[in-house]
Design a protein around this ligand. Structure first.
Ligand code: C2E
Ligand code: MG
Ligand code: MG
Length: 733
């Protein structure tokens, strides 16, 4: 190789034809005369303002050694006949196939005057031009080289901008992060570098409007790379370079691209926003580069618009607008990535009594409360956990199992939460599961939810971890539910009635309506203690409860018409029914449809229900009581209510639980029964003893001052027909 190669190597550290200052032209020929002529002819030639640098190789063999080390030479002037007849053509194969030099232009020199290669050779080898030795005139050479260099440059540009676009498209997924615009600016810098083939070190992307404050309409730096990257997120006016501020402002004002000696400013416009990107360039751009940048700017505008669109869609899809936390979809995405990691845990925290507060204080206050809970969780755990809001009052936390324990979460709920002027105390129940053996986010969420349901149904255990048995229980429950749904729709559920009698004289005081699910073969599909909770859990209790109330009132009206109607009917009511806003109206409507006064109905609510969400309930129960409807607390003595709370509730009667009457394995707890009955008496409540199975138990209850008894001793629950007979028989008693 000759001195041109050496001088080229000294100029730049890469042999790219476009490296800084020149186009690389390789001459491969075994005829020294050709080298000489070429060198002489191209001595002072510049293409697009850059000189040509010649690399001389004297055999196909030498070329095979050196060519693979070159990066994209512009042109190869190639002799066809060298060591062999077709050494040159074989070298073309090598250049295209092995060296993968696609944009390098090849000009062939044929040995014989007038001997042109076949046309097929041009097509197959992508050859630009050819000439014979005799045609190696200066003009001919200059024209051939100039056009070859230009076409090389075109191919390269197209290729590069295609690659640039690919890069932009590919990086658009990454552009969705909060620092998207910064990444975008970084991407632009890389692309601009590739386009302009030069070192670029300053770039600033500015748009109108603060990224943080919707009311701040100043120009802001939303992305920057290179020397000016510290300016990101600051107002443009604070940029240390005044000239840059001025240029960006001007581009935005005049809504166009600007090109100067050492810079270009690209104006980007989308329907919603405008931005300008300042790029520092190595020197004044020539016409071709300018055009390239203009096209690039147009492409960027499209990307920029997509970016904003993506950001908006992304925000809407994965963020909860109220708290700014991730929403369910956002959480699931996060969980999908974390599933399978045994060191991580998902914990769901459900606010206790939130519905109550929301009803009592109004939705606006409820929203404020949720926001302060969200903020507290994020501030308290944000470094260690991802926080999301996945339901109205349901928050989810994902973090290290060791740190994310219920006690830590409860700790965050010790201080009251700001809600306007008020400070409101809140507490949570939690359900959690480890992500180790979860296959994806959804299965983790299901598991934590199952655990939470258990926690919510328990009075003593506010925090429950997932156990595989829960999944089995859920499966069974789902089976029960679908069958119950079907049979209820088909009218297969029956209502049986059990009399409550006055212990003083044995007269029927009331009938308690009890659901039955007959299997059609004389037995039961499931007992109420099993299927009622399933119906409650699923909401099916709402239509079923309405059915029970309607049938009970219908029966009482019918019995009245027969002259054997007892004073009232007692109907069991579940929590979901009491929670439903139209419960009061539904009850009153049913009564009036059957022509019954309010005092003919007693609603039995369980003690645990009565104490939970007491405030919201009180309003509904009071409205019913105002119409004469009686309220009884069922299974009294099994729950955890405090006497003080009991006093607060609008209640007419206590139903003493069976365990204090017919007893547990140890026999009836008489002392306890006496105490409860005394208490009821003091509070002015009437009392019903449940589960009286013997004459002796009836006598004890009567002695202790209980007014009404219910149990197998007096009568078992019965279907309508049997009940009518029983009432006829006991009419006079
Ligand atoms: P509950 O309201 O406490 O009803 C009394 C239960 O005690 C009934 O069980 C009744 O058959 C049973 N029982 C009555 N006398 C005796 C006795 O002397 N000895 C014994 N060992 N048991 C007696 P049942 O019918 O199996 O109902 C169980 C629970 O299912 C009910 O307890 C109630 O909480 C619920 N339930 C039944 N029907 C309905 C309904 O229509 N709606 C709602 N929400 N719950 C219902
Ligand atoms: Mg009951
Ligand atoms: Mg009971």
């Amino acid at each position: 190789m000759t001195d041109e190669w050496i001088s080229f190597a000294e100029e730049g550290d890469e042999s790219d034809s476009a490296a800084a200052d020149g186009w690389c032209v390789v001459v491969v020929d075994d005829d020294p005369e050709v080298h000489e002529a070429t060198r002489f002819a191209l001595r002072h030639v510049h293409v697009h303002g850059r000189p040509l640098y010649l690399l001389h190789m004297h055999s196909a063999e030498e070329a095979r050694r050196v060519l693979p080390t070159l990066v994209n030479p512009a042109v190869i002037l190639l002799d066809v006949v060298m060591e062999t007849e077709d050494a040159g053509l074989q070298l073309v194969d090598f250049i295209r196939g092995t060296c993968k030099l696609a944009s390098t232009r090849i000009v062939l020199r044929t040995g014989q005057p007038g001997y042109a290669p076949e046309l097929s050779v041009f097509a197959r080898y992508d050859i630009n031009d050819y000439f014979t030795k005799a045609e190696l005139t200066r003009t001919r050479l200059i024209t051939a080289m100039t056009s070859a260099v230009k076409s090389h440059e075109q191919i390269r540009t197209i290729d590069e901008s295609r690659r640039g676009l690919e890069l932009i498209v590919r990086s658009s997924a990454g552009l969705l992060q909060p620092q998207a615009l910064a990444a975008f600016a970084e991407g632009v810098l890389t692309q601009a570098k590739a386009l302009l083939r030069g070192p670029i070190d300053g770039i600033v992307c500015a748009q109108r409007g603060s990224p943080f404050d919707a009311n701040d309409n100043r120009l802001f730096v939303v992305g920057a790379a290179g020397a000016l990257s510290t300016a990101i997120c600051h107002p443009l006016s604070e940029l240390p370079a005044d000239s840059v501020v001025e240029l960006i402002s001007r581009s935005l004002r005049e809504r166009r691209n600007l090109h100067g000696e050492k810079h270009s400013v690209l104006f980007l416009s989308t329907r919603e926003r405008e931005a300008a990107i300042y790029v520092e360039t190595p020197g004044e751009l020539n016409e071709v580069d300018r055009q390239m940048l203009e096209v690039f700017a147009a492409n960027l505008s499209a990307c920029f618009s997509n970016l904003q669109h993506f950001e908006e869609v992304h925000r809407l899809a994965f963020r909860d607008p109220l708290t700014g936390l991730l929403n369910r979809a956002g959480l699931l995405r996060e969980l999908d990535g974390a599933a399978g990691r045994s060191d991580l845990r998902l914990l769901l925290a459900d606010l206790n009594h939130f519905t109550d507060l929301n009803d009592g204080l109004g939705q606006e206050a409820g929203d404020l409360l949720l926001q302060s809970v969200g903020t507290r969780l994020r501030d308290g755990l944000g470094q260690h956990a991802t926080v999301a809001r996945v339901g109205a009052d349901l928050f989810a936390l994902v973090g290290e199992s060791e740190r994310l324990i219920p006690a830590v979460v409860h700790g965050l709920f010790e201080a009251p939460f700001a809600c306007g002027e008020l400070g409101i105390a809140m507490s949570v129940r939690t359900g959690f599961c480890d992500l180790g053996d979860c296959s994806d986010g959804l299965s983790a969420l299901r598991r934590a939810n199952m655990a939470l349901k258990v926690a919510k149904g328990s009075l003593s255990e506010p925090d429950v971890g997932y156990q595989p048995a829960m999944a089995e229980r859920t499966r069974v429950r789902l089976g029960v539910l679908s069958q119950l749904h079907r049979d209820f729709s088909d009218g297969r559920l029956e209502l049986w009635f059990q009399p409550q009698v006055a212990l003083a004289n044995g007269r029927a005081e009331a009938l308690e309506a009890l659901l039955r699910w007959p299997d059609g073969k004389g037995g039961w599909v499931h007992p109420p203690s099993l299927f009622i909770p399933v119906a409650e859990y699923s909401g099916l209790i709402l239509p079923i409860g309405a059915f029970v109330l309607d049938r009970s009132c219908a029966l009482l009206a019918h019995l009245d018409s027969l002259g054997i109607g007892p004073p009232r009917v007692a109907v069991n009511v579940a929590m979901p029914q009491l929670r439903s806003a139209d419960f009061t109206a539904m009850v009153l409507d049913t009564l009036s449809r059957h022509g019954l006064k309010g005092h003919r109905l007693e609603l039995e609510i369980t003690e645990s229900i009565a104490m939970d969400e007491a405030q919201a309930l009180r309003q509904r129960l009071n409205a019913l009581r105002a119409e004469g409807v009686r309220i009884a607390i069922d299974d009294f003595g099994t729950g955890y209510s405090s006497l003080a709370q009991l006093r607060e509730l609008p209640v007419d009667a206590l139903k003493l639980d069976r365990r204090f009457v017919s007893g547990s394995a140890q026999g009836p707890d008489e002392a306890f029964a006496e105490c409860i009955l005394g208490l009821a008496h003091q509070l002015g409540l009437s009392t019903v003893a449940e589960g009286i199975e013997t004459a002796e138990q009836a006598a004890v209850m009567k002695r202790l001052g209980c007014q009404i008894g219910q149990g197998y001793w007096h009568a078992r629950p019965m279907p309508e027909q049997a009940l009518r007979t029983w009432l006829e028989e006991h009419k006079g008693s």
